[in-house]
Design a protein around this ligand. Structure first.
Ligand code: SF4
Ligand code: SF4
Length: 126
């Protein structure tokens, strides 16, 4: 949930909370990825994508997430929020279209944006 980037702002965000119910990062650090994959928990999943890129998924909701009248809100919206929240999904764009194809399954706004880009022949390739 964010308001400060040009892709998804508060007006278009559907407040589904998907980007706050789980947390995920992409890394090229194989050591880090493998170490996390060894943790004895089903709350962390490590998957390898394209050459040397790992996606680490934490299936743990953010403690700042709040549910009200069918929508999700960030309790910290007007206070401190990490940059990853404020700028989501801009970071995903830096990993190219393969990653965006995965991300669009999470964020409905990103899905629309991706569809629009495909129709317009725009590419997110690095
Ligand atoms: S801090 Fe707010 S915007 Fe960031 S993940 Fe938590 S609930 Fe979502
Ligand atoms: S997944 Fe997308 S639409 Fe849903 S709350 Fe997050 S930014 Fe908004």
């Amino acid at each position: 949930m964010n308001s400060t980037n040009t892709y998804i702002n508060s007006d278009v965000c559907q407040k589904c909370g998907k980007c706050c119910k789980q947390f995920w990062i992409y890394t090229k650090d194989k050591d880090y990825a493998v170490r996390l994959s060894y943790l004895k928990t089903d709350k962390i999943t490590v998957k390898k994508f394209k050459k040397n890129v790992y996606r680490i998924l934490f299936d743990i909701p953010c403690s700042k997430l709040e549910y009200k009248k069918g929508k999700y809100y960030c309790r910290n919206h007007k206070r401190f929020r990490p940059n990853t929240c404020k700028t989501y999904p801009i970071q995903c764009f830096t990993w190219g279209s393969d990653i965006l194809k995965i991300e669009k399954n999470y964020c409905p706004v990103l899905k629309q944006l991706f569809k629009y880009a495909e129709e317009e022949g725009l590419s997110f390739e690095k």
